[in-house]
Structure formats: C-alpha cells, structure tokens
Ligand binder design. Structure first.
Ligand code: AMP
Ligand code: FE
Ligand code: ZN
Ligand code: FE
Length: 304
C-alpha cells in the first residue's frame, strides 16, 4: 500500500526539521507523497520539492493559514496553490509581518516582567519569516528562564499569561478566496481542535474542499464523526500527522497514513475547481444539527 501525509512542518515555520530531515523522515516511515504545510508561508516548498524528487516521493505545495471565524481561530490548509500568485504572496507576507510584530510585542511584555529576553534571541531561534510562540518558548528555555517548553507556555505564553499577545488573523472567507484565487484547494485542518463542529458546516457552505478527518489528536470516534460530516457536506476526506519534528514529545510523522485514494480525490476536486465546475449545493448546517454542538468554553483556538 502507498500512503501520504498531507500536514507537515519544518523550520520554515515552527517545526524543528530542516527540509532534508523532513524528507529523510518521510522516507524512513515509507510515505509515497507528502505536502508541506508551514504556518502562513510557502517559503520551504521549493527546497522540499527538490528533495522529494530525489527521494522518489511525490510532493504537494501547501501552507497552513491562520484564520478566524466568529472570533475563533482555525487553520485552513491550502494545497496545490501557485506559489507565485501575487495576491496570496502579498497576504502571506502581511501575515508574516504580523507574526514578527507580535514577537516584538511578546518580548516587550516579558521585558516588563523582568525577563530580559531580546527580540534578536527569538528571531535567531526562529530564522524564518513566520515566527511564533514556540520560538519565543525555545528562546526562553535556551536563555535559562524556563526549564521546558511546557513551562514557557504555562507561565508566559498561553492565552492571558503575561507574555501572551493576541494574533490578528484573516477571515476564513478571505483565506478560502486566496487559496482558490491561487489555483488551490482548501481543507479545514484538525477540526477536532476547534471544539465546535458547526464551524465545519459554515465552512462547507463557504466553499471548503476537504476536511482533515485523520489527525493525531482525533480519536477513533472523532474520525468517524468527521468522515460522516465530510460525506454529508461533499468534502474530500484528508489527513496528516501535523508533525513539528522533535519539538513535542516525539515526531508524529508516520502516525497518520492517508491512503492514496484520498489524495486522488483531492486532485479530482482540484481539477473540477480549475475547470470551474459547480459543486452540488451544500445542505445541512447549524440549524439542522439536532445533537448539541461539542463546545469547550476554556479553549479559544487550535494549538497545532
Ligand atoms: P502561534 O501560532 O504563535 O500562536 O503558536 C502556536 C503554536 O504553539 C502551535 O504550533 C502549537 O503547537 C504551539 N503550542 C501552543 N500551546 C502550546 C503548549 N502549551 N505547549 C507547547 N506548544 C504549544
Ligand atoms: Fe494547525
Ligand atoms: Zn505549528
Ligand atoms: Fe499544523
């Protein structure tokens, strides 16, 4: 059997793998096809693509866009996008500027709490255009202010902690428009981390193409529920390990193996989009859900 992993990170955002390490890991777990989906950037795609060709692995360029719907964060994966598309490139650059400014704001807040971390220390840790809280956490650990990344998040970086700064995000509608405008397909990442299934129905009606049913944070019951939702909404079932390298307990690459038939379906959907074929109208939605939505008040957004 041949398998794919459609959700992977490198050092081009907050993963720890270099492109070469990622491709070597993909090879060692026997993947036939991978997509790179670094946060708010396409920077790593060219490099990873060259490496996959040499490794005999198929490659899909992608990005994981940080977006919001009704004030809640969600992540939208854009696949097969044209990396040179001016509008998408411009908006990603804007999102990266916001991330860089946010790092400066977070450091200023830490400095006000007698933590003399420097912006340069964080940017040196990140060495990429899309820095985020994990880089601040790594810099805090490297400078000896925290013993672990978990401690850095717990003490300083989680929502409403002293170093936390809210992140401005683009609307989900805009993210879908950009991905489609750049010739790609849009997939909602890890719906199980959003704790509100109604978002899936909303996005389905907005032109979403696929749903990431398979993700390490989804238990068997969640996978069944999301596959059912995808069928109901006419969405392609996708999946990925969301591997961030060795920053978390251990690399998750290889824990989600998507059958190639799913990737074929995503390509089919892409072909339909590019031909401008209309899709069957999406029915269902919040009004027609009879069971209560699964909501968790304490969680404000996805963590991966
Ligand atoms: P950001 O995009 O800057 O808000 O950072 C989000 C990233 O931080 C995600 O990749 C998460 O995996 C990571 N993250 C969020 N909460 C924690 C936590 N408590 N411990 C470690 N990493 C976390
Ligand atoms: Fe995510
Ligand atoms: Zn991440
Ligand atoms: Fe991710």
């Amino acid at each position: 059997m041949m398998f794919a992993d459609l959700h992977l990170h490198t050092r081009y955002s907050d993963g720890t793998y270099t492109p070469a390490e990622l491709v070597a890991a993909a090879r060692s777990v026997g993947l036939s096809e991978i997509a790179l989906t670094d946060h708010d950037t396409l920077d790593g795609c060219d490099e990873v693509e060259v490496l996959t060709v040499n490794a005999g692995i198929r490659f899909i360029p992608g990005t994981e866009i940080t977006a919001e719907l009704d004030g809640r964060e969600l992540h939208i994966l854009g696949y097969f996008v044209n990396k040179q598309h001016p509008e998408l490139a411009r908006e990603l650059r804007l999102a990266q500027d916001i991330r860089q400014k946010r790092v400066r704001d977070m450091v200023a807040r830490l400095n006000a709490r007698e933590i003399p971390l420097s912006v340069d220390a964080v940017l040196e840790m990140a060495k990429c255009s899309a820095p985020g809280r994990p880089h601040v956490a790594r810099a805090l650990v490297a400078a000896g202010y925290c013993a672990s990344l978990d401690e850095a998040f717990e003490r300083f970086l989680k929502k409403d902690r002293p170093g936390w700064v809210p992140k401005r995000k683009m609307s989900a509608a805009r993210a879908l428009e950009l991905i489609h405008g750049a010739g790609g397909v849009a997939v909602m990442a890890h719906p199980g981390l959003n704790h509100d299934d109604r978002m899936v129905y909303r996005l389905g009606r907005m032109g979403l193409d696929g749903l990431e049913c398979h993700h390490p944070k989804h238990g068997p019951a969640a996978v069944v529920r999301y596959e059912e939702m995808a069928r109901e909404l006419g969405l392609v079932v996708t999946g990925g390990s969301d591997c961030h390298g060795t920053s978390k307990a251990r690399p998750t690459i290889g824990t989600v193996k998507l059958p190639m038939t799913r990737v074929d379906a995503l390509r089919e959907r892409l072909a339909q989009r590019r031909e401008g074929k209309p899709f069957a109208p999406v029915s269902g939605g919040p009004e027609t859900i009879t069971r209560p939505a699964t909501t968790t008040a304490a969680v404000s957004g996805p963590a991966s």
